[in-house]
Design a protein around this ligand. Structure first.
Ligand SMILES: Nc1nc2c(ncn2[C@@H]2O[C@H](COP(=O)(O)OP(=O)(O)OP(=O)(O)O)[C@@H](O)[C@H]2O)c(=O)[nH]1
Ligand SMILES: [Mg+2]
Length: 595
């Protein structure tokens, strides 16, 4: 949290709770607000407190001021995912973005921890070994008074369910393209998912240090392929061996690359204006002439930036650079701070939840077990949808109706975690728990909200799983349920006998699963073929009919980790037949994870 942000104890009964929801004005560019007089004054030992104005050291009496302050805090949040086809450089870009934002300082609670702070978002053993991301990770950092919550997603389509879920927790996305490859299959798919949600997309064209496509041709192809307008914010100066930096079209200045700056934060040499004589000297006649021509063409041919079109998801600003060489990354980050949307309203089955509503609410979009061998617990990742959260708050777990006291919420600094004292709508908290929180669960201050839009897809591939040691079958069952609750795979237990079937979206998930079962649960497993080729969740309105169905189709019936009945299907014909025989029941290939 920036120095200029207020703190208050939002104990229940605090006057702030009773203020009507004021979705007042949001400042359009929220960053760069340092130096603003701040409100402070929460002493956790005092139950209900009055916020203080730090500049006058007097209590703040005007409650509308408090609401505006929540507005401002929300307006400074930028919660975004990095998406693309495998290997475009998402994780590399994530790590370079983190170089710019030190550890977040929330009310002084989180201390930077030197080297340990340096992030590696691929923290799993399998990820390090294979050099791919298999699960999304969250990182929080600050720059210029903005709090960035960044989610690095896996590109491989076998892990796309994790990526889809992650997209429910963000307000915008950064699409990374490999300059040599342009739009690739998985990028296109993820883009379509973003489009369904009208999500604004910022484009980063990466790997300019290698020979790639002509920038104009590349932008043309992107616009054509994705049917979206694109506008360059920066323009590359050369590429491959001749990559010399980028030209900032908006600020009209060149940023020239300093070789070997990959691990440090530097803007390189900055030269103002296309006609700067030093540019001729630095680039040489041929390259500078080409740059001038390209910039002129780009300005003439491509649309200029229009924030409304960007926010509606119709126009994507484009940055060029090289994540590996830490170049163009700062331009991207500052652009996100200035242009990317602050937290958006979140859909629920009841009503849209506005981020500036004073009551805290949030939903679980991801569960991760065994993140840290030192803490063998499970962490539920919660996207706060509204209000201002303070550590120690009691929230209602809507699915069970129970109240939970949130004593140790976490903020993520990549592999490192730190206790979060406060958070506002848009932030992502980790809540350690022993399995009571599930994907899709809502936490609120009492209202029965059900957040919508978190999908689960029927698996494409299924295998029977066995342990080498039959005495450990029970342990296997528990491990599978845990991994299924995480969303790492589907686990189905046949109604008859004790056979477990594992379902995944892609074969690579089986390898990762076997790896994780071995390293995290000490289980050696074997996957074997089954006669089942697909599955469907079974739903019906009449419990007696469901029971009759279960009795009749005992051999084909299993339960998923939530205890929901699942029909295991031998062939397309089999499914068709069951549908005809049981017209009152529904057989679903996707399920909304609505808790
Ligand atoms: N030459 C060059 N290589 C890069 C650049 N950025 C990333 N790479 C390399 O590209 C490879 C893939 O990078 P990652 O960051 O792991 O890619 P990713 O998009 O996270 O991949 P997945 O998570 O598996 O989808 C690595 O070998 C990187 O070193 C760049 O700017 N230039
Ligand atoms: Mg990655």
């Amino acid at each position: 949290m920036a120095a200029g942000e207020w703190e208050t104890g939002r104990a229940r009964g605090d006057p702030g709770d009773r203020v009507a929801t004021a979705h007042g004005t949001r400042s359009p560019t929220a960053c760069g607000t340092r130096g603003r007089p701040a409100l402070v004054g929460w002493d956790p030992r005092r139950p209900a407190v009055t916020p203080m104005d730090r500049s006058t050291m007097r209590p703040v009496r005007n409650l509308s001021t408090i609401m505006i302050k929540l507005d401002e805090a929300v307006a400074r949040r930028r919660t975004f995912a990095i998406i693309s086809h495998p290997d475009a450089g998402k994780t590399t870009l994530t790590e370079k973005l983190l170089l710019y934002g030190g550890a977040i300082q929330l009310a002084g609670a989180v201390k930077a921890r030197g080297e340990r702070r340096r992030a590696h978002s691929d923290w799993m053993k399998v990820e390090r070994e294979r050099g791919i991301s298999v699960t999304a990770s969250v990182m929080t950092f600050e720059l210029d008074g903005c709090t960035f919550n960044l989610l690095d997603t896996p590109g491989h389509e076998d892990f796309s369910e994790d990526t889809y879920r992650t997209l429910t927790a963000v307000d915008s996305a950064v699409m990374v393209l490999d300059a040599a490859k342009g739009i690739e299959g998985q990028t296109r798919k993820l883009f379509e998912v973003c489009r369904l949600r009208d999500m604004p997309i910022t484009t980063f064209v990466n790997k300019l240090d290698r020979e790639g496509l002509e920038p104009l041709a590349l932008l043309d192809a992107v616009a054509d392929d994705l049917q979206i307008e694109v506008t360059p914010v920066t323009w590359p100066i050369g590429m491959g061996q001749h990559f010399r930096g980028v030209y900032d079209l908006e600020a009209d200045r060149a940023h020239l690359l300093e070789r070997g700056a990959g691990r440090s934060v530097t803007s390189g040499t900055v030269l103002e204006g296309l006609d700067h004589p030093a540019l001729d000297r630095a680039l040489g006649h041929g390259q500078v002439a080409q740059l001038r021509e390209e910039v002129e063409l780009a300005r003439a041919l491509l649309p200029s930036f229009d924030r409304q079109a960007f926010l509606a998801g119709n126009l994507s600003p484009v940055y060029f650079g090289s994540a590996l060489n830490n170049f163009g990354v700062e331009d991207l980050l500052r652009g996100l701070g200035q242009q990317a949307p602050s937290p958006r309203p979140q859909p629920t089955a009841q009503r849209p939840v506005q981020p500036t509503e004073p009551a805290v609410s949030g939903f679980v979009f991801k569960i991760q077990a065994n993140m840290d061998p030192r803490h063998r617990d499970r962490v539920a990742f919660v996207r706060l949808a509204s209000g201002r959260f303070a550590r120690g708050m009691k929230l209602t777990h809507v699915r069970s109706g129970k109240r939970m006291s949130i004593q140790n919420p976490l903020l993520f600094l990549a592999r490192d975690r730190a206790r979060a004292e406060q958070a506002v709508a848009g932030d992502i908290l980790g809540i350690p728990n022993y399995g009571n929180l599930r994907i899709g669960d809502a936490l609120t201050e009492g209202e029965a909200l059900h957040f919508t839009g978190i999908p689960s897809f029927a698996p494409e591939l299924m295998k029977r799983v066995r342990t080498e040691d039959p005495l450990r079958a029970k342990h296997l069952g528990r491990a599978l349920v845990q991994l299924a609750e995480e969303g790492a795979a589907h686990a189905f237990k046949l109604r008859e006998g004790s056979t477990w079937i594992v379902g995944v979206a892609g074969a690579l998930q089986f390898d990762v699963l076997a790896d994780r079962l071995r390293t995290e649960y000490d289980l050696d497993v074997r996957f074997e073929g089954t006669s089942h080729h697909a599955c469907r969740w079974v739903e019906g309105d009449d419990p007696r009919l469901l029971k009759r169905f279960a009795d009749r189709l005992r051999d084909s019936l299993a339960e998923d980790h939530d205890g929901i009945p699942v029909l295991l299907v031998r062939s397309a014909w089999h499914l068709q037949k069951v549908r005809e025989d049981w017209p009152e029941l529904r057989f679903l290939a996707t399920r909304e994870q609505l808790a």
